[in-house]
Design a protein around this ligand. Structure first.
Ligand SMILES: [Zn+2]
Length: 393
């Protein structure tokens, strides 16, 4: 009799309802798709002799996430074990979101500055600079050439006269039929309204000539230039800040075929600066004290800039069987704690979990050292741990 009660208790324990990101909060279907694509990429890395060492990190990318619940009920991502690989679909999406947020802030700031001094706002142009397609073996050299040519292009007199600020995003596409790669730049340019009345105006044919000369091409390159309508600019910014490479271009349904493509792209993109801000865009970023969007993929900066009040932190771990992120722990936070410190605290907690599982102690210590003592004290007073102080698995 007693035994049967015990068994039923165990069952209850085992099927205890779990709070999950997708199941309970919805909205994470796309994250799951990216997580699955990251899993496929991990398999491809595993098969590659050169890149096998990265497979595990990519497979685990985004397994641990810490969300903050801000007043008003919005959840923001404060920390996660991102792999930060250039081709990781999860990390690529996060980078794109971060850059979009920053560009939105930059454009709003420039509008505000113009209003302050009673000057008309900047107008914006979209410019696409391309060179001919190339084979995989030539991709690295072709990108070197593009970057080098860009540095000459933006020093040309007509460019410097017309363009007050620029944002440069790099993109590569791959044609699956021909196997060729197409590296190119998307640019958002800020110009004075007088540009359209002839003040430094550059005709399309002139843009082609300038790019052809800077890149020393023996053909007329495809150069697309068009003004952005005021009411459509955020939609256009979203286009410019989209992905560096679309995962469908390198994750083939037949994963084995992806190995040489992933090796080519990985090698060609390694160590490149994917986004660049110049002129008034760089000034705006400096005034707004924006972080490098390629280094911090969380929403911590947004929370800080919006001065949002975080009421709780929620720790989730990905369950590869359930295909969902399961809530492991909720920590209440005091009012008025700054977003950056919360983000660091969350990272420190995750690193500590890592140490418990045999990970490096150094990483944990470095994060803790970066935290300000006042914030640590605030947390020490506010953290509500469960009785044995461990995350319940
Ligand atoms: Zn990743």
């Amino acid at each position: 009799m007693q035994q049967s009660i015990k068994i039923s208790d165990d069952c209850q324990e085992q099927f205890h309802p779990q709070i999950c990101l997708r199941k309970n909060f919805g909205l994470f279907e796309n994250e799951l798709k990216r997580k699955k694509a990251a899993g496929d990429l991990a398999v491809v890395y595993g098969w590659s002799r050169k890149l096998a060492g990265r497979a595990w990190k990519v497979r685990k990318c985004g397994d641990l996430t810490v969300f903050s619940l801000v007043r008003g009920g919005v959840r923001r991502l404060m920390a996660a074990n991102f792999c930060c690989e250039r081709l990781c679909p999860l990390c690529m999406h996060r980078r794109s979101v971060r850059v979009f947020e920053q560009m939105t802030r930059v454009l709003n700031w420039l509008d505000g500055q113009a209003a302050k001094v009673g000057r008309t706002r900047y107008r914006y142009l979209l410019l696409t600079l391309t060179v001919k397609n190339c084979e995989g073996e030539a991709l690295k050299d072709s990108i070197d050439h593009l970057m080098h040519s860009w540095n000459k292009f933006n020093q040309r007199k007509p460019f410097k006269k017309a363009v007050k600020g620029y944002f440069r995003a790099f993109e590569v596409t791959r044609n699956d039929k021909t196997g060729e790669y197409h590296p190119h730049f998307h640019l958002l340019l800020a110009v004075n309204p007088s540009y359209f009345k002839g003040d430094g105006y550059i005709k399309q044919s002139e843009w082609v000539r300038l790019w052809r000369e800077a890149a020393k091409l023996d053909y007329d390159p495809i150069v697309d230039i068009r003004p952005i309508k005021e009411n459509k600019r955020f939609g256009e910014v979203a286009e410019v800040t989209k992905y560096t490479v679309k995962s469908k271009d390198y994750i083939h349904p037949d994963l084995e075929k992806s190995v040489p493509i992933v090796e080519t792209l990985h090698g060609a993109l390694f160590g490149r600066r994917l986004y660049f801000f110049g002129g008034v865009f760089a000034e705006a970023r400096k005034a707004l004290k924006l972080e490098d969007p390629e280094k911090n993929l969380t929403d911590g900066e947004e929370v800080k800039l919006r001065q949002e009040c975080i009421v709780a932190l929620e720790y989730f771990r990905f369950d590869h069987g359930l295909d969902d992120w399961v809530l492991k722990k909720t920590v209440l936070t005091p009012d008025g704690v700054n977003g950056r410190d919360i983000s660091l605290k969350a990272m420190a907690d995750m690193a500590l979990e890592d140490v418990k599982a045999g990970g490096s102690m150094k990483k944990y210590e470095n994060i803790v050292q970066a935290m300000r003592p006042a914030a640590l004290d605030a947390f020490a007073n506010a953290v509500v741990e469960d009785e044995n102080g461990e995350v319940q698995e």
